[in-house]
Design a protein around this ligand. Structure first.
Ligand SMILES: [Zn+2]
Length: 440
């Protein structure tokens, strides 16, 4: 929990000025950043990390995912969201019991950490099991009870969902792990009735919880909700009290100007998932417009069954390219994209007082990038290097809450070979399914 990063080639702080220090030292004591470049280094900390050839920066923050769905990577290809849901829900029905959701989350958490992502806002059934699995691997895992009208794979009736929601803060405490806010996750305005959304919003307000749900991922969703309620999904959220508590919209691709104004006035954040949105052909969210209109926008991968991996570096790159296409290359600021993947994601989730930048007093969620690769040579612009050239394989070491969880590309807390074996064994069930993946 206490260590010193010594003589780092670069320290990309993502502080208010986006300061990039050269040849800098960072002192971490009991999981907290105690000092950055102090005049003298403490003599009582003996764990020294050599920062030569390393870029040190805050861990990346993935603001929308479904980690357990790593087990369905490549299961639904060449389809839009509707076709995707049909295929994936059939496969989930066959495989996703509680231990399997935990196994998929363990795999997802390890993949995320190895790629430099230290926090994930993760929406999936059986969050008690998934959270315990992710915490075991060392991730700052922000999970929460799922709500929809029908009994899902977890078999819970509505009243049982509400009861579980009430117990959630105590369950979180019991599991332990890095500090996270309490979240409730109603799936969307098309799977949860306004009456039910109202109940969840009231419980969240009562318990001081935050909310995460899918909003306006596709035009089809907007049309469906408009047909039912003569409202946009954002208006449904406003009118049911969801937006009265801090909320993160998953995707938010098709927000009208009026939706954006509603979100802005309620301090609602958006999890921008450009890779998933492009792959499913859902559309192009106007990231820059959202930022200019005052929304906090983080980046997310979405689940591996739609975007196939948990690579936040690719998400950063695609987000930048989409700005070039929608606006112009002159509007792309690499440092803004780095902020989106770190401090803005932390703000969106409500953990920017804890993580998201390297500043004294924050928890030590830190990653080290190995700068010795040819594709990272030479370095003219550090932010552009991170957004347009660096990738997951360049992440050498990762700390969460001051604990080393990846040690020179190896996860510390789990056995990778054993995990791969357990996953391969479990997904055999899918081979016997009548519903087959459509990938050719
Ligand atoms: Zn999603």
């Amino acid at each position: 929990m206490s260590f010193i990063i010594k003589n780092a080639k670069y320290v990309y702080t993502v502080n208010g000025e986006d300061s990039i220090l050269e040849g800098a030292n960072i002192v971490v004591r009991d999981g907290v950043i105690e000092s950055i470049n102090p005049d003298t280094l403490p003599q009582d900390i003996h764990d020294i990390y050599d920062g030569k050839d390393r870029l040190i920066m805050p861990g990346l923050i993935n603001t929308h995912s479904h980690l357990a769905m790593t087990l369905l990577r490549g299961w639904a290809e060449s389809v839009n969201l509707d076709g995707f849901l049909e295929l994936v829900w059939a496969a989930e029905g066959a495989i996703m019991d509680k231990p399997t959701a935990a196994l998929g989350t363990e795999l997802g958490a390890a993949e995320a950490l190895k790629g430099g992502t230290t926090t994930v806002l993760d929406m999936y059934l059986n969050p008690d099991a998934t959270h315990a699995a992710a915490v075991k691997v060392g991730l700052r895992h922000v999970a929460g009870p799922i709500f929809f009208d029908f009994p899902g794979l977890d078999g819970l009736q509505w009243e049982e969902r509400m009861e579980f929601g009430r117990k959630w803060p105590a369950i979180l405490k019991e599991i332990g792990g890095p500090e996270i806010p309490t979240y409730f996750m109603p799936h969307s305005t098309y799977t949860d009735s306004p009456e039910h959304l109202r109940e969840v919003a009231a419980l969240a307000a009562e318990l001081g919880a935050r909310i995460h749900l899918h909003v306006s991922e596709t035009l089809n969703e907007n049309n469906m909700v408009a047909e039912r309620y003569k409202k946009s999904p954002t208006e449904v959220c406003r009118d049911t009290g969801i937006l009265d508590v801090p909320t993160v919209f998953g995707h938010g691709v098709h927000l009208s100007e009026s939706d954006v104004a509603i979100a802005q006035s309620h301090k609602t954040a958006v999890a921008h998932c450009p890779s998933s949105n492009l792959k499913l052909g859902s559309g192009v969210a106007d990231y820059l417009n959202y930022c200019e209109r005052g929304l906090t926008v983080g980046l997310g991968t979405d689940g591996c069954s739609s975007s196939n991996d948990l690579d936040m570096w690719i998400v950063m790159r695609v987000a930048a390219h989409m700005i070039s296409l929608k606006h112009s290359p002159a509007d792309v600021r690499p440092s803004q994209i780095v902020r989106a993947a770190t401090i803005d994601g932390a703000k969106a989730i409500g953990i920017d007082h804890l993580v998201g930048s390297l500043e004294v007093g924050k928890r030590a969620d830190i990653i080290a990038i190995d700068l010795t690769a040819l594709h990272l040579t030479p370095i003219h612009n550090v932010a552009a290097l991170l957004v347009f050239a660096a990738g997951r394989s360049d992440v050498s070491d990762v700390w969460v809450d001051g604990n080393r969880v990846v040690d020179f590309r190896k996860p510390v807390k789990i056995d990778e070979q054993d995990l791969r074996k357990r996953v391969a064994e479990r997904v055999k069930v899918l081979e016997e399914l009548k519903v087959q993946p459509n990938a050719i």
